[in-house]
Design a protein around this ligand. Structure first.
Ligand SMILES: *Cc1c(COP(=O)(O)O)cnc(C)c1O
Length: 421
């Protein structure tokens, strides 16, 4: 038995009616008729507000981590709100350039950047290249042409592992990312970088995890890295992304402003008041701003439980399969109904593991043809989508001021067939 879905799980401009939900004045049920299902629908002004909040609370250089959700409209939106854009591959970099984002607003990440990726970042004058390992440093030196320059940061593994509700301090880090603080590798990297003509060490970077609710690990990590920041007297410290969001009832996450104020306090406490503090949130900018809308295709009551199958699944939201992530669902035609029946919401893929919600609560009268909504699907949904079973990927819609538009159309069989040779 569960209460009706909480409006706290919907975006800022959502409005729950008796028989529908409006997002920024746009009816989800009318949108289903217009665009078909499934689709992702984002509350555009909510993304704007969150991007604006991040830009206001951190120093210039704060970036949106584009892997959470990227398309041309999204890239332009966050840059217009004052954020830079984190990219980790040539594919993300290419999208950003095609969207008209200037190179000076791009930050290149990655633990295995190709020579081409480094070259492209140098050529477009990326604001920062975040160096991850010794090969990265060597390859960057080789990529710099005559007279070319690059501003870099060094990614440091501060020896702090953040978990959702707890953290453990690891004596020795075991991560594929970054230079170890404890072994002195990070300091060695900083010295090596300073010897390369044309390369300027702008700062240090860390990223301690994702979907973090408890802010404490940031102060531990900042205190750990502070001596390095002071020793090399760099201008910037980036505290990464990772701020958590509520996916299900009862979860509560700090706001972007609270997070920003907390890490600023931690930096000041660690003697870094003079250092520009930046961050790179992904999930907290977009996850709560979108919903996914599916249609129920079949239902069955098996020995152990009830199954409700929708016309999507692990191809548009792999997070439950990858991480066992929880979501909620509600019936669009009666969003205020109490949800008294437990069911497993599954997709249409040929895998028993193709589960969207392991134990969902839905109204008892749910039936085939109903529209089912899963909130908080704005991050790591469409960006991780696949064509498994050759299912075309859903469209991405933006709603604002009573209008809805597709910013990425539904994939077609022709799109899929185009790759055949
Ligand atoms: C993924 C990632 C982020 C964003 O993480 P969120 O949990 O989405 O905020 C930021 N920085 C780096 C280096 C990342 O890999």
């Amino acid at each position: 038995m569960a209460e009706p879905v909480s409006s706290a799980l919907l975006s800022a401009n959502a409005h729950i009616l008796d028989d529908d939900v409006l997002i920024a004045g746009v009816s989800l049920s009318e949108t289903a008729q217009q665009f078909g299902t499934p689709f992702f629908l984002y509350d555009e002004d909510d993304i704007r507000a969150r991007a604006h909040e991040a830009a206001a609370v951190f120093n210039d250089g704060v970036a949106y981590a584009s892997k959470a959700f990227l398309c041309g409209a999204m890239a332009r939106l966050v840059v217009a709100e004052g954020l830079c854009l984190d990219v980790s591959t040539a594919g993300e970099l290419d999208l950003a350039l095609r969207a008209g984002v200037p190179g000076s607003r791009l930050i290149l990440h990655g633990n295995n950047k190709s020579r081409d990726e480094l070259q492209l970042a140098v050529d477009v004058g990326a604001r920062r290249i975040v160096l991850d390992n010794d090969d990265d440093i060597a390859h960057l030196a080789l990529s710099l042409g005559k007279g070319q320059r690059a501003d870099v940061m060094i990614r440091v593994t501060p020896g702090v592992e953040a978990h959702t509700h707890e953290f453990v301090q690891t004596g020795q880090e075991d991560s594929k990312f970054g230079f170890s603080l404890a072994t002195g590798a990070a300091a060695d990297a900083a010295r090596a970088v300073r010897k390369i003509p044309g390369v300027r060490l702008a700062g240090f970077h860390m990223h301690i995890g994702s979907q973090i609710f408890d802010l404490t690990p940031w102060s531990v990590a900042i205190a750990a890295i502070a001596p390095l920041v002071r020793e090399f007297d760099v201008e910037e410290l980036c505290v990464g992304g990772g701020l958590g969001v509520a996916y299900v009832a009862g979860e509560e996450a700090p706001t972007i402003s609270e997070w920003g104020a907390y890490v600023r306090g931690a930096a000041e406490g660690a003697g870094l008041a003079h250092v520009a503090l930046t961050a790179e949130p992904g999930r907290s900018i977009v996850a709560p701003t979108a919903v996914t809308l599916y249609e129920v295709g079949t239902m069955k009551t098996a020995a152990q439980r009830r199954y409700i199958a929708v016309n999507g699944g692990m191809s548009d939201n792999p997070r439950p399969v990858l991480y066992g992530s929880g979501y909620e669902a509600f019936l669009l035609r009666e969003p205020r109904a109490s949800r008294d029946t437990s069911a497993r919401i599954v997709g249409k893929h040929c895998e028993s593991g193709d589960v969207l919600i392991d134990e969902a609560w839905v109204p008892d009268d749910i039936s085939v043809g109903d529209l089912l909504v899963t909130p908080v699907t704005g991050a790591y949904g469409i960006s991780m989508a696949s064509n498994y079973n050759r299912v075309p990927r859903p469209p991405v819609l933006f709603a604002r001021d009573g209008h809805v538009r597709a910013v990425q159309r539904r994939e077609t069989f022709d799109d899929l067939a185009r790759l055949e040779v």
